[in-house]
Design a protein around this ligand. Structure first.
Ligand code: NAD
Length: 438
């Protein structure tokens, strides 16, 4: 089938789908059950195709099921409001689906991201055509297989392919949701907007962790392990900079704890439950990791990890650097690998300035037991999300997800916010038959 035929088939299927919210709610609920029945296959695919460590793959799977369950109920939420007008007339403002939602997704969450886009799109009565990353095609095709067990034909279709297929989808779908790199995302946004269609894009990040002088070091180490190094740093929300507030003595204490904790992390086969870091997604990505380490050694210091895998297995190590000049590209641009840069400042004001000194604004973390300080700092951070005493990576599946600045464009994903994105508002004025216009 050509993409035009797929879009036509999706449009035809979408009308009856949109007309029956009770059936949509039941279908999404059945999907959650169908996914649960195929848990091991989906988890295996994530491990085999994108090298996600098995414990993380299980977590991603659980998130996808929770999202399906959440949106199966959200279908039945009120879909509009009544606006006051002269009795006995009515004005209704109703949310309506756009038609065919075109979803373009990356490889790093090959189940959760397609589902967190598709579930609200489907819930609100759209059909979905999805262009997955070329590095996660098998997982996407299995998602389609599961969807086809429950959904009417044509409502959910995967179109595998490269950038060219993504570009064609932008041209032909009614609304576009993109997740991926900032470079590609900006071009997708520009093209979609030029066609007059709604678009949202979730892109890269360079997230800071601000460590205040009172932060508990053991807790901090556990939060940085997940924030900076889980899934080998291949998360848009990964911690890339660790900004320590305090004097040199405090910095030495923090660094000693973080280095010890990073060096404990086990790299290896993602199928092994003990593995914390699996291989990077491909050799180009590994090249970026190796180049970043070489650069860090030139302009600063590598204080943990920094090992290069001579076997060709693309296995990185949990890496910390120090003394990289703050304006250097390493401190500003995303390298999709487990590398975090340590910097010291003397005051919280300096920490906030440094945290904000990048073009990205996805998420940030603050580590402290001082509630007042965490609130004050949160308000001044130019990020879409802030975690206090938690890893930068990971936000509950029903909370709005998205960033500021070059990290995101358009409306938020997840939770109720996503229902707004996949619908537009129609205002219907109902006049009594007795009303005479003069
Ligand atoms: P990518 O930008 O290379 O690709 C993303 C998708 O866009 C793929 O499906 C790709 O085939 C497609 N694509 C490429 N060129 C296109 C074009 N011209 N038109 C239409 N589609 C096109 O990203 P990736 O390597 O798959 O993923 C890693 C990136 O994703 C990182 O930068 C990461 O930060 C980001 N990411 C962001 C979030 C978020 O929610 N903010 C989540 C996960 C990943």
């Amino acid at each position: 089938m050509t993409l035009s035929e797929i879009i036509l088939r999706a449009s035809d299927a979408q009308r009856p789908w949109a007309a029956n919210p009770i059936a949509r709610s039941a279908a999404l609920s059945n999907l959650a059950k169908t996914f649960t029945a195929h848990r091991d296959q989906l988890v295996d695919l994530m491990v085999d195709e994108v090298y996600k460590p098995i414990t993380e793959a299980r977590g991603e799977f659980a998130r996808a099921v929770a999202i399906l369950e959440y949106f199966s109920q959200a279908v039945l939420d009120p879909d509009g409001t009544s606006i006051p007008t002269t009795d006995p007339n009515f004005i209704l403002s109703l949310r309506r689906p756009y038609g065919v939602a075109g979803l373009i997704t990356p490889w790093n969450f090959p189940v959760a991201i397609p589902i967190w886009k598709a579930a609200p799109a489907l819930a609100m009565g759209n059909a979905v055509v999805i262009k997955p990353s070329e590095f996660a095609t098998k997982t996407a095709l299995f998602l389609q297989e599961l969807m086809e067990k429950v959904l009417p034909q044509g409502i959910f279709t995967v179109v595998p392919g490269d950038a060219e297929v993504g570009a064609q989808l932008v041209n032909s779908a009614d609304i576009i949701s993109f997740t991926g790199s900032a470079k590609v995302g900006q071009s997708v946004v520009a093209r979609t907007a030029s066609l007059g269609k709604p678009v949202q894009a979730e892109m890269g990040g360079h997230s800071p962790a601000i460590v205040l002088p009172d932060a508990d070091l053991e807790l901090l180490a556990s939060q940085i392990q997940i924030g900076a190094f889980s899934y080998s740093g291949q998360k848009c929300t990964a911690t890339r900079r660790i900004i320590i507030v305090g004097d040199e003595k405090r910095k030495a204490e923090v660094v000693e704890t973080l280095v010890a904790s990073a060096e404990k992390l086990v790299g290896g086969d993602p199928r092994d439950e003990k593995t914390f870091l699996g291989p990077l997604i491909h050799s180009d990505s590994y090249k970026n990791y190796a180049e970043a380490i070489a650069l860090a050694k030139q302009v600063g210091k590598v204080i943990a990890g920094g090992k290069i895998d001579a076997t060709g297995g693309n296995l990185p190590s949990a890496t910390l650097t120090d003394s990289i000049p703050v304006e250097h590209q390493l401190m500003c641009e995303e390298v999709f690998a487990p590398i975090a840069h340590v910097a010291r400042v003397s005051t919280t004001d300096e920490a906030i300035s440094l945290a904000n000194a990048v073009r990205y604004g996805l998420t940030a973390s603050i580590h402290t037991s001082d509630l007042e300080a965490s609130l004050r700092i949160s308000r001044r951070l130019e990020t879409g999300m802030v975690k206090v005493n938690g890893p930068t990576a990971g936000v509950d599946f029903h909370a709005p997800f998205g960033g500021d600045k070059d990290s995101s464009y358009g409306m938020r994903e997840q939770g109720k916010a996503s229902l707004d994105f996949y619908t537009h508002t129609q205002t219907i004025t109902l006049n009594s038959g007795a009303r005479k216009f003069q």
